[in-house]
Design a protein around this ligand. Sequence first.
Ligand code: RP5
Length: 171
Amino acid sequence: MLNNRTALVGIIMGSDSDWPKIKKASAALEEFDVPHEVRVMSAHRTPDVVSEYASTAIERGLKVIIAAAGGAAHLAGVVAAHTTLPVVGLPVPTPDLGGLDSLLSTVQMPGDVPVASVAVGMGGPRNAGLFAVQILAVSDKDLQTKFAQFKKDLTAKIAAKDAGLQREINR
Ligand code: RP5
């Protein structure tokens, strides 16, 4: 993920139990060769670690933070309180309330402290990674070109799916 490069994106999560559910965020960053770090820290269990991480993020070279948590998902909000970097909240699905708890805890921020939230499950983790790439691409021409190509490739990908479906239903 780093290969001796400075991380531009930090992916943090409230528990290691979140990792299997959110690792597509990291995969999306890998796809665009964006150096990133992945850490476990909790707004509730290790509040001092979170505060230190967020307040030193800029000086360590981070440009975007993706914060994933489930249940009473306050991680993204707490990070946003401690940094001026853009924070992408990634609500993690939960067994009890299906992730509605995570979504609302992440997205319902008070004015003045924005957190950009992606979906619970489905495309959420991948979109968190892609959104971070888009933020970086604003000031990185190469990344912008790569992302434009990615969007173009989507057209061909979906056209192929459509053609496949037409073949199947018109047999
Ligand atoms: C949250 O509590 C974590 O983000 C995780 O989604 C949830 C459960 O954590 P564990 O009990 O599995 O450590 O803070």
